[in-house]
Design a protein around this ligand. Sequence first.
Ligand code: GTP
Ligand code: MG
Length: 298
Amino acid sequence: MTERDSRCGFAAIVGRPNVGKSTLLNRILGKKISIVTPKPQTTRHRIIGVKAHKDTQILFVDTPGLQVKGRRAIDRVMNRNSRQSMNDADIVVFICEFGSWKEADDNVIRTLKTSGRPAVGVINKIDKAAGRVALLPELQKLSDRHDFDAIFPMSALNGDNLAAMVDYLGEHLPESPWLYPEDADTDKDDRFRVAEIIREKLMMELQQELPYGLAVEIETWEPGEEQLSIAATIWLDRESQKPILIGKNGERLKKIGTSARKDIIKLVKGRVHLQLWAKTRKNWSDDARLLKSLGYEA
Ligand SMILES: Nc1nc2c(ncn2[C@@H]2O[C@H](COP(=O)(O)OP(=O)(O)OP(=O)(O)O)[C@@H](O)[C@H]2O)c(=O)[nH]1
Ligand SMILES: [Mg+2]
């Protein structure tokens, strides 16, 4: 496609934790690119989902939920990733949740205004709304909060009203050659995606604070004739977390491994042997140097 008739640009999906940013990315791409859990602070990295739409290549950027209260080094890195994605975007997709406006949403709006980038607003989770009438006051409130170019009520979960937004973005990104190959779907490699799948299963299985003190590192990745052998380390913040993660007779870690393996098989389309090890690195989440070594870099 020539520069004249093609478009390409970045659409950064931003919002407070848990509003459905990653669900939206996956729904648009029609496959699982970014992990999703019912818990806030699931996404920690910038993850690009590449969507070819008519003559436009839309580079959706999933971002960590902007937090108000995070104090650890990892929280600062996550917030910086989100702000940077917003500043670099051609269009910002601001997303909030139907019927649940919080202080953190105001914080995202402030950051958006500072960025000065054009933005569309999304009111997500409208499947929870009691009919169209319930939506009207929410639409009005959101348009009072910021001068959005357009607002889309939507359900990322069931795909309602999503096509209208993708059409809009496709028409409003700059004229440019495509930056990624035509068949690309993400900027992340399989090693990254496997580490994320393991982290998703950990977050789903573990309760309360524990999920936030976890990081996953792929130690070995050995493609073989029979199967792909992967060994991953689960890094913990504190030694006391280890027995909770491993569970009685190792059952919890085994369950996590089994469910991760199922998803990894789908990703790599082949047989997989997965080994998980739990290790402690005291306060890794508040140590800038350790964060860097675990791949967390703004
Ligand atoms: N009912 C309903 N639930 C949704 C919808 N979109 C997302 N969810 C749920 O909201 C929860 C959070 O979704 P995520 O996609 O992980 O949210 P996120 O904004 O990426 O969260 P962070 O990465 O933590 O910032 C999950 O339980 C989703 O299933 C929706 O349209 N309707
Ligand atoms: Mg997310």
